[in-house]
Design a protein around this ligand. Sequence first.
Ligand code: AHG
Ligand code: MN
Ligand code: MN
Length: 335
Amino acid sequence: MTNIVTLDEFIITRQKDFAYASGELSGLLRDIGLAAKIVSREVNKAGLADIVGRAKNENASGDQVQKLDVMADELLIACLRNSGECCGIASEENDNYVPIKSKSSTNADYIVIFDPLDGSSNIDVNVSIGTIFAIYHRVTDRDETVSDEDFLQKGVEQVAAGYVFFGSSTMLVYTTGRGVNGFTLDPSIGEFCLSHSDITIPDDGNIYSCNQGGFRKWEPAIQDYTEECLNKSFKMRYIGSMVADVHRTLIKGGIFFYPASSSSPNGKLRLLYECNPLAFIMEQAGGKASDGRQRILDIEPTELHQRTPIFIGSPKMVERVEELVASYELEETFA
Ligand code: AHG
Ligand code: MN
Ligand code: MN
């Protein structure tokens, strides 16, 4: 029998790392793992069931919502509501945060922010998609209902973050601030099994990942960086699901970026449920995540669905972007 370590076993073993851990966080991670298995089941038969295609509504970001977005959102909320460890959630698919009021969760200590289904535009063409989550301690009193300040916390305050990647296999990758570990779902036993211990990103790389269609609308420093990648004959890889592009970057090295543009001055990707959790994971794996000028995890949030430009991946590549941005700013200062 090979030495299989399931997600549950791993979480319990690692719980000993946390002197203060009362098991709540472990319970939360297990509940998210359960939701991931159910979403994986639904994703894997999406084409057969009536869950591909468009839902009727638009979300707070103005994105056309797919049926699978709604299903994943409702499923995650249900699992978190039952967990009793979570006192509030915020998600891409809900305009505002949702207090979780249940007997068992009144004095729960954690809030969860998530993108229930990332890469929705890829659902109908059977290309990889994902789920992204971030976990924080609440900051208001436990006997009060959660409020804005519980959700508008800087990324550095995250207690845990992770993603589920529905690709050729289903993987769950997470960190609690002590490194990054990846688990692959074995459908035959219904368990996530440890498959990628202590993931570390290469310091440098030769893969760049961006929607180069936006090139003409980017600031000169980012155009210069893209041309540097082209001149060095780097490989260009772009799946169009942030989870998939960042996961490849984490494993192989390289850089993923979604910059600001003349039409989207803050870029497209959302700070709270896409950039912060993936930045936490990337930094824990030895990588970097920046908006070109500052660390993603240091950005002070002002609203739930705010967007930020992001450059994330091998530290040497992210630092090169920041150098170019700084050199243009210097030029402007003395122009
Ligand atoms: P979501 O499906 O949660 O709205 O996220 C989609 C995001 C992200 O996954 C991806 O990196 C980006 O949109 C792709 O945007 P473009 O289609 O503009 O390249
Ligand atoms: Mn997304
Ligand atoms: Mn989404």
